[in-house]
Design a protein around this ligand. Structure first.
Ligand code: FAD
Ligand code: FES
Length: 264
């Protein structure tokens, strides 16, 4: 679907917010994504493939907001797009974060690193609305202050936001996993059921899986990143190993998976 761009601007450093104006309203679950490709002049097929981007938020008029980090060809082209330009999108795709009663525990812990903050605003807002009596703690991390996104919005959603930076420029010096370890060992009541949601780079997810899953058996849901060519289960480019046997496709079966069902 070709959609008009309502706005596109730098929010800090290499991070941007783009607002898409679809011609009809779409229902979106937190954690779902779209495949997006800048509309090219004269069908030049450059860039050839779309890229996956999480839906950050849908505003009251149905506009879709995406946060992105400029890392390569598509995101560089995106950063130059202006109001009134167009992009091609396919979506919403994927399963999104589970938020049903069977899944959500007494304590809710959300962990995000860098651009991983993009989909968790919607998740936090949904959980707060559906379970107002359950405390939400968010651990947000980045390399430095410039990599911390949405801090003010997250503070409105959570009972507590713990911030970590690798360089110590803001919050606790270290990784989100250091803060997670500290929180779980000292401040989290082990008698209560905790549910963890995490979104960020693969090494961060691996370490979280070790802390919550392997060592503590806490139910944890991971939103995975993978290289995607089609986004709809056709190219097999986004496979992730299952714990039992075979593979899941991140685009079709995910991008959110329960930690004990996959090999990170
Ligand atoms: C389900 C899903 C949701 C996603 N949501 C978002 C989102 O909301 N916002 C967002 O910015 N990205 C998101 N991504 C990642 C995004 O799709 C990639 O960053 C995308 O490949 C960028 O396209 P590109 O053409 O600019 O860079 P590419 O040409 O694809 O990559 C250029 C180089 O950058 C490296 N690279 C790719 N991703 C990253 C990264 N995140 N950080 C550092 N280096 C990287 C690549 O390995 C490659 O070497 C998501 C990915 C998935 C699977
Ligand atoms: S991106 Fe093609 S199968 Fe997942």
């Amino acid at each position: 679907m070709r959609v008009r761009i309502a706005s596109n601007s730098c929010i800090k450093g290499t991070y941007y917010r783009i607002v898409l104006e679809p011609s009809f309203k779409v229902n979106i679950a937190p954690g779902q994504f779209v495949m997006l490709r800048p509309a090219t002049p004269c069908n030049s097929y450059d860039p050839l493939l779309p890229r996956p981007f999480s839906i950050h938020r849908v505003d009251q008029s149905g506009n879709i907001e995406i946060l992105y980090k400029v890392v390569g060809r598509v995101t560089t082209i995106l950063s130059m797009i202006v109001e009134g330009d167009e992009v091609d999108i396919l979506g919403p795709l994927g399963n999104g974060f589970p938020v049903n009663r069977e899944v959500v525990g007494d304590n809710i812990l959300i962990i995000a690193g860098g651009i991983g903050a993009a989909p968790i605003i919607g998740l936090g807002e949904t959980l707060r609305t559906n379970y107002p009596d359950r405390p939400i703690v968010i651990i947000l991390g980045g390399r430095g202050e410039a990599d911390l996104l949405c801090v003010e919005d997250l503070k409105k959603t959570a009972a507590e936001v713990i911030i970590t930076t690798n360089d110590g420029s803001v919050g606790i010096k270290g990784y989100v996993t250091d803060a997670l370890e500290e929180y779980l060992s000292r401040r989290c009541d082990p008698g209560l059921r905790t549910t963890v949601y995490a979104c960020g780079p693969s090494p961060m997810l691996q370490k979280i899986s070790e802390i919550t899953g392997t060592r503590r058996n806490i139910e944890t849901y991971f939103s995975l990143e993978a290289n995607m060519a089609c986004g709809i289960g056709l190219c097999m480019g986004c496979a992730v190993k299952r714990r039992d046997r075979g593979y899941y496709l991140v685009c079709k079966d995910g991008p959110v998976f329960r930690g004990d069902t996959i090999v990170l």
